[in-house]
Design a protein around this ligand. Structure first.
Ligand code: PMP
Length: 458
């Protein structure tokens, strides 16, 4: 427990209200490092424990109903436990969970990916997004013969060694704890939204074979990227003969049924997908150009990249993924989630303004960010899905730098005490988030900030 957390009223109320979670966490601390199973679940003085979830809500072990903005780390565009996915998985469970063989559902799943993602000529399923970007980079090395790649500061591509450089603060550090220098040296990491820096790097280093990015901005749009940058990047990759990888693990099937590439009309060479792809079950894939993915095929006189993986295209994930993507294909879930996101950003900004709070809400599509200690102009209510003002001129250090931990903790506690599970300074909506949820969330944030100000935290 931090010094600040231990004396604040918010923290005291949090400890009283969520005592069931605290009891479970005491046990967990002796079992899991930091008591958790994912870094993002760490919370002072203890995280909440959830018992069940449905639609836009989840319920914790103390019986609180919480509007959820984690939405399965972005996997649940359709909300928690939608009936169509539940029955598809229940049916599949009885038919078998692992055949160790090919099966019809993987074919149907792959066909849906190809139908929705414009650049997907071929697909290989993996178990996670991390594995998909790992595969993308290895295939690029094989295809181009070039060992290095370029990524952007603040962009996250999973937790394997190659992509660890620049994904966490401080973004310009060339070293990563536990990753050999020989591996980090393969990554050239530059600031986002600066095409000149990209071109300089490609010109200077002929060993860079590929460029990878989160196409709407690092950490799902904390520093938003828009279409002009994507088009510029495509041109640069063509001019300098390098491959372009879109990591659409978050944006795929979220911002539009065909992801960022369909929305902006920019075709990457390879695309990593996960999360929504598998309808809330584990799963990922790499999709892209046939001539690149064909290095997974045995061909006379050509090398083949090996790719095993026990749970690739496992039948349960395939069943959930097929049910999910069929609904995504209608376009309605993306439309509804984007609408809820836009509504929430607008109403938060209106509330900040009327209450005189120096905060701003921004973000694109169904991704919402809030930034404290902000005195600049706010995006206007008429801003669409992705043309709102970017605060602080998109400054990486301001938008994606470390926030005071006492503030982040207090905001999270304050929101939970008012029935909202809000992710640090950000959240994502699903198609199940209603105008009533949005209203309740705005009231919760108002109350949380007021309580924080009363305690001198915000
Ligand atoms: N890429 C991006 C853009 C992600 O957001 C994530 C996960 N948050 C990953 C890759 C890694 O995916 P997974 O957690 O499935 O390994």
């Amino acid at each position: 427990m931090t010094a600040v957390a231990s004396v604040t009223k918010l923290a005291e109320r949090y400890c009283q209200e969520f005592s069931g979670s605290e009891r479970l966490f005491r046990e967990a601390r002796g079992l899991f490092p930091a008591g958790v199973t994912h870094d993002a679940r760490m919370m002072e003085p203890f995280p909440i424990y959830i018992e069940r979830a449905k639609g836009s809500k989840k319920w914790d072990v103390d019986g609180h109903e919480l509007i959820d903005y984690f939405v399965g780390h972005g996997a649940l565009l359709l909300g928690h436990s939608p009936d169509d996915i539940v029955s598809a998985v229940q049916h599949q469970m009885a038919c078998g969970t692992h055949y160790g063989s090919c099966h019809r559902l993987e074919l149907e799943w792959g066909m849906l990916v190809r139908q929705l993602i414009p650049s997907a000529e071929r697909i290989r399923f993996t178990s996670s997004g991390t594995e998909a970007t790992l595969m993308a980079l290895r295939l690029c090395r094989i295809f181009t013969g070039k060992p290095k790649f370029l990524k952007f500061q603040g962009h996250f591509h999973g937790w394997h060694d190659y992509v660890a450089v620049g994904s966490d603060y401080p973004y310009d550090s060339p070293t990563v704890l536990g990753v050999p220098d020989a591996v980090t040296a393969l990554c050239v990491c530059v600031p986002p939204n600066d095409l000149n820096r990209v071109e300089d790097a490609l010109r200077a280093d002929p060993e860079i074979g590929a460029v990878i990015l989160e196409p709407t901005g690092g950490h799902w749009g904390t520093v938003p990227i828009r279409g002009d940058f994507l088009r510029g990047l495509r041109e640069l990759c063509d001019r300098w003969n390098r491959l372009l990888i879109f990591d659409e693990v978050i944006t795929g099937f979220r911002i539009s049924p065909g992801g960022a590439q369909a929305y902006y009309g920019v075709m990457p060479d390879l695309t990593s997908l996960a999360k929504i792809l598998a309808g809330g079950l584990p799963g990922g894939c790499l999709a892209g150009r046939e001539d690149i993915l064909s290095y997974l095929e045995p061909r006379p006189g050509r090398p083949k990249m090996r790719h095993p993986g026990t749970y690739n295209a496992n039948p349960l994930s395939a069943a959930a993924g097929v049910a999910c993507l069929k609904r995504i294909a209608t376009g309605e879930p993306c439309r509804a989630a984007n609408e809820a996101g836009r509504m929430l950003r607008n109403q938060l900004n209106q509330m900040f303004e009327s209450q005189g709070y120096p905060w701003v809400a921004y973000g694109d599509f169904s991704m919402i960010k809030v930034l404290p200690s902000y005195h600049g102009e706010r995006p206007r209510p008429e801003a669409g899905d992705n043309d709102g003002l970017i605060p602080a001129n998109g400054d990486l250090q301001i938008l994606d730098g470390p926030k005071p931990s006492a503030m982040v903790t207090a905001l999270r506690q304050g929101m939970l005490l008012h029935g909202v599970d809000w992710w640090g300074c950000a959240g994502m909506t699903s198609c199940e988030h209603t105008p009533a949820d949005v209203e309740r969330t705005v009231r919760a944030m108002d109350a949380a900030i007021a309580a924080m100000q009363a305690e001198g935290i915000a």
